[in-house]
Ligand binder design. Sequence first.
Ligand code: FES
Ligand SMILES: [Fe+2]
Length: 339
Amino acid sequence: MTAFARNQWYVAAYGREVGRDLLARTVLGEPIAFYRTEDEEQRVVALADRCVHRRFPLSESRLDGDRVVCGYHGFTYDTTGTCVYVPGQRRIPRTARVNSYPVVEQDTFVWVWIGDPELADSAAVPRAPHLADGENWTSVSGMEPIDADYGLLVDNLLDLSHETYLHGGYIGTPEVAETPITTEVDEAGAIVRVSRHMDDAECPPFYARSTGIEGRITRHQDIEYLAPCLYLLHSRITPAGQEAPAFHTEITYAITPSTEGSVYDFWAVSRDFARDDEEVTTFLHDFNHTVVMQDVDALNLLQRALATEPAGYQELSINIDTGGLAARRILARLAEQKQ
Ligand code: FES
Ligand SMILES: [Fe+2]
C-alpha cells in the first residue's frame, strides 16, 4: 500500500464524461458526485457523494436545475454543497451541507482537489496541452479502473522494459528491454524523467501500422512523470539512421488513486502524423486499449499475488527500476507533507 498525497490535483474524469447526468467517482477514498451547471459556463461541480441525512449516494439522485435533490428523502443541495431544502420543516439545520471540492477543467481533463481547499492553486494544475490541441494533434483516449494500489501502476509506467515481455508483438521489441535507461530526478519539482534511446530497433506493429514505416527505426522514449498524477511519454520515431520523417506520439496517463487497492488508469495517445486518417485513429484506439488491458490484467494479478505475501516482503531492484524507485521516494514525501 502506498499512502495518498492529498494536497495535489488529480484527474477525476474526462470533461466529456461530465454532463447533466450525475457521475460517481471515488478519488483518494472520497466518493464524489460530478455534474455540469445549466448556465452558459457549464461549470463542473464536485460534491461529496453522501447525503448528510442518511448517507444516500447523491450520484444516484437527480438534478433540479443546478441543485441536487437526494433520491431518498429530498434534501436539496446547491452547487456549494449547502442544503437549501429539507422535507417537513422550515428550519434547515446549520450543519446540513456536504463538501464541495475545487475543480479545474483543463486539457480535456476534470481535475479535482481533495486536500485543504486553501492550498488549491488552479495555476498549479499540471499541463497536457496536446490533448486539447486539435490543430496539431489527433488523440484517442479512455479510462480503465484497476484493482491494484496506484503505486503498482506508477512502477509499471516508469519502467518500459516490460513492453518487451508483457506487450511483445504490440509495442515491445527486444531492443526496449536491452537498451539501458538514463534517469533524472527533480526532487523539488517532484518530476522523474526516464529516457531510452534506441538507434536501430525493430518497429513494433503499433508504429509500423500507424506510420507506414516498413524497416527498422530509431526510437526515442522520453518519460516525464509529474508526481503524483500526470505521466507523459514523449515518443519519437524515425526510419533507422534518418532524421526525417519524424513521427511524434505523446502518450499520456493520469494515475488517480481511487481507494487503497484501486486506481483509475486514464490513457491517451496523441499523434502529429496521419492526423485525419480515421483508420489510423481507430487502429490506435483499439490497439492501445488492448495494450492497456494487458497492463490491467497484469496489475490485477500482481495485486492478488502480493496480498498473499507476508508483510515486508523482499523485492530485488536493478537498473531498470531507478525511475520507479525515485517516484516511490517522491510519492512518500508528498504523502507526508503537512495537510
Ligand atoms: S438520505 Fe438523503 S434525504 Fe435522506
Ligand atoms: Fe504496459
